[in-house]
Design a protein around this ligand. Structure first.
Ligand SMILES: [Mg+2]
Ligand SMILES: [Zn+2]
Length: 173
């Protein structure tokens, strides 16, 4: 068993919190059922926790950067009340036409997070509700898990609930 540090690389909207579509109002942030408990479990299993989130609403002029920061502050606060703190959060504020290296399915945010946190990507797990999340995880050399109603191609496994995903993580670790 490898002793290298590892992380859960987590999509945010539609994975950790309800997908509000270009979220700009902190008051509308709602944690998804079981997410906090699963992340507490993951922490106990030795995983670092990092958010990697596309926020193209900024490039589209729908979200101000200050609003994006306020939404994340609310996410941090709600998870902290459940005993979960994140090791970091990475955001891409670009749009699809910007051809940046960070917008998922590009792996830029995952590579940055791994470098900053000192984790091994091969032992880390990307979790998200979109094909672009699975694609970014695969591109970064992670295990990719598909979360939510749609099981995306390329994922190692797909889970409709955090309780099922947490059970898989315990069995694997
Ligand atoms: Mg999402
Ligand atoms: Zn970007």
């Amino acid at each position: 068993m490898s002793s290298a540090a590892r992380a859960l690389l987590l999509d945010r909207d539609g994975t950790l919190i309800e997908d509000a579509g270009y979220p700009r109002d902190p008051a509308k942030v709602a944690l998804l059922p079981g997410a906090a408990a699963a992340l507490r479990d993951a922490r106990a299993l030795g995983y670092k926790l990092a958010i990697v989130s596309n926020q193209s609403g900024v490039a589209r002029g729908l979200i101000q950067p200050s609003e994006a920061r306020a939404v994340q502050a609310r996410v941090d606060d709600l998870f902290a009340r459940e005993g979960v703190t994140f090791d970091g959060a990475w955001f891409c504020f670009h749009g699809p036409e910007d051809a940046c290296a960070c917008r998922k399915p590009a792996p830029g945010m995952l590579l940055d997070a791994a470098k900053t946190l000192g984790v091994d990507l091969g032992g880390s797990i990307m979790i998200g509700d979109k094909a672009s999340d699975v694609g970014a995880g695969v591109a970064a050399g992670c295990v990719a898990l598909s979360f939510g109603e749609t099981a995306h191609t390329g994922a190692r496994a797909a889970f409709a609930t955090w309780a099922e995903l947490a059970a898989w993580l315990r069995a694997k670790s």
